[in-house]
Design a protein around this ligand. Structure first.
Ligand code: ZN
Length: 298
């Protein structure tokens, strides 16, 4: 759990375990989500293509120049065999179970663009070096290096790779959607928000939003422990001396957050640097400390 020492005035009062208000952007500066794109930033066309990628909007392989998968497609068959072998209680056993699962998978994947890339889609992914599994070779000495002579995978190879290795991630989806929009002269980003996904009341609002910076608590002579898991909130009283804070941290009353006195002293000493009022540092809780004594005291 992240902890840091903050030097604040002795009479500093702000609620414990509540994020310091200076770290939170005021509500009236927050932008609203764009209505047109529901806060996605994509054009209607790009949104639709994303949905087709994942099978959330109607898609036909033929429309992308691809051939529908069948239960006999080698990768489909292999994947179905794998599923049935792993979970016979769920799928049943034998050829019938494999055929049924292969049919289900083929139907599912035929509704997803991600399983039916064409040459243009593959070219877009190659341009972004997103098919390293297929274009590079790995060796212990040199890691991933371009295969020599260079390899240009076919759409069939890429589509098979996606089935057997779950090859594509969300980034690949974005690459293919963007390239498709460019090829077809379709807008990629939402026209209302220019792809920002957020809308501001006016230019002053946006300028204020962009100029906003968090305000640190006031500096002073006191010593206080803050947690840094949230934006940052005080979790101890303010002590006039570092020793006071050390005693508090190593008091058994701290329960799970208890730390031994020498650890607390080291942390307080290092968690405060004269060049700045605030220095971040992690300290382990008493429970975690048991297993990491060497690390903490070393
Ligand atoms: Zn928008």
């Amino acid at each position: 759990m992240g902890r840091r020492i903050v030097r604040v005035p002795l009479d500093f009062h702000t609620p414990l375990r509540k994020v310091w208000p200076g770290y939170l952007m005021p509500d009236n500066l927050q932008p609203a989500a764009c209505d047109t794109c529901n806060g996605s930033g994509y054009s209607t066309e790009a949104k639709h293509l994303h949905d087709q990628w994942y099978g959330n909007a109607p898609f036909r392989p033929e429309d992308n120049g691809s051939t529908p998968l069948t239960p006999d497609s080698p990768a489909v068959r292999k994947f179905a065999e794998r599923n049935v072998t792993r979970s016979p209680d769920y799928y049943g056993t034998g050829e019938h179970a494999i055929r049924r699962e292969a049919r289900r998978l083929a139907d599912l994947w035929n509704g997803q663009w991600s399983h039916h890339l064409n040459e243009a889609d593959v070219a877009a992914l190659l341009a972004e070096e997103r098919l390293v599994d297929l274009t590079h070779t790995w060796t212990r000495e040199n890691g991933w290096q371009p295969t020599d002579p260079p390899v240009v995978p076919t759409p069939e190879q890429v589509n098979e790779w996606h089935i057997l290795s779950l090859g594509h991630d969300g980034f690949n989806a974005g690459v293919c959607v963007k390239a498709r929009c460019e090829r077809d002269s379709l807008p990629y980003v939402c026209g209302s928000c220019a792809g920002e996904a957020s809308v501001w009341r006016d230019s002053d609002h946006k300028a204020a939003y962009e100029a906003w910076e968090p305000t640190e608590p006031p500096m002073g002579d006191g010593w206080q422990l803050w947690e840094t898991v949230s934006e940052g909130s005080p979790i101890s009283p303010v002590f006039p001396t570092s020793e006071g804070l050390v005693s508090w941290m190593s008091d058994p009353e701290r329960g799970r957050d208890w730390v031994p006195g020498e650890v607390a002293a080291k942390f307080v000493a290092e968690g405060w640097a004269p060049t700045g009022a605030v220095t971040s540092m992690d300290v382990v809780s008493g429970v975690e400390f048991v297993g990491t004594r060497e690390d903490v005291s070393g």
